[in-house]
Design a protein around this ligand. Sequence first.
Ligand SMILES: *[C@@H]1O[C@H](CO)[C@@H](O)[C@H](O)[C@H]1NC(C)=O
Length: 301
Amino acid sequence: MDNLFVKILLVLCYGVSRQACAEIQIIGTGTGRTGSTTLQNALNILGYKTYHMKDILTGGKDRIPELDFWFHAFETNSCHDTDELRNIFERGGYNATVHAINFPCHEALLFQMYPNAKVIHTQRTNSEVWHDSVTNSICKLSSSGFLQIMGIISPVFRRFKRFTPLLMGRAIVGLDGRAENVNKQYCLDHKEQMIKFYNSHNARIKAIVPPERLLVLSNHEHGWEPICNFLGVPIPSVPFPHVNKRGSTLNRIYFLVSSILANQADSSLGIIAVVICLLIVLALIRNWERRRVMRRKSKSN
Ligand SMILES: *[C@@H]1O[C@H](CO)[C@@H](O)[C@H](O)[C@H]1NC(C)=O
């Protein structure tokens, strides 16, 4: 009997402490292509479990309701159900969240749901650098055959394809709604608008978040130091995990392979899809190698 009592107590304590650990403690407010993946990796090394859109895409079918939550939030431009959002974070045991997917929920996250969470705002050295980076990565990706094919293979990507115009529209281009048919040219044509959006988003976050709660990072150029100082933790012995610097290509391969590994392919199409994917991966690797060789050549010249 005693034993049972202790067990119940332990389970309760575990539940309570888990709850406390799972409370969001860090909110990243940077828009796309400002280093959120790097921030995620850095925070994970520091012991956080960090929410990022990538995890939804590679997470399999049971993440679809989550994607639907965000779809609805972006569509209505409101954080329509903060209880559901809290559930999403708690179900996954997350205690930090960094991706631009948070956009419609920034206010709710910062002031309503987690008023004690610290805020890390990532940005690039300047708006030109940001626009250039976006144009040469996600703008191309939005229109690529990659998304089309992934949409055939994976139910998560099928939903994501529907979601992309909203995500691009509200969190990258700065529209009041969808950005349809985004490609490189689209982003070149909308440069002025995008830069205006980028600047005003950065200014807004700095205006609404009290300075003692906010850390602004440009290009992650100072690595661990500002983050660890801000969080009051020692600098880890491992190098700062810079990722995503170049190479949307490698990113695509990453998405592709990890999605397949996550086994979210519809079974009927699975085998065809895997073959197509392997061919694409091979082509991408060859393309990447060729560019690397070209870069090396142009360096040595
Ligand atoms: C964040 O969550 C992880 C995984 O649940 C946990 O191990 C870690 O201690 C938590 N970190 C903090 C700072 O609470």
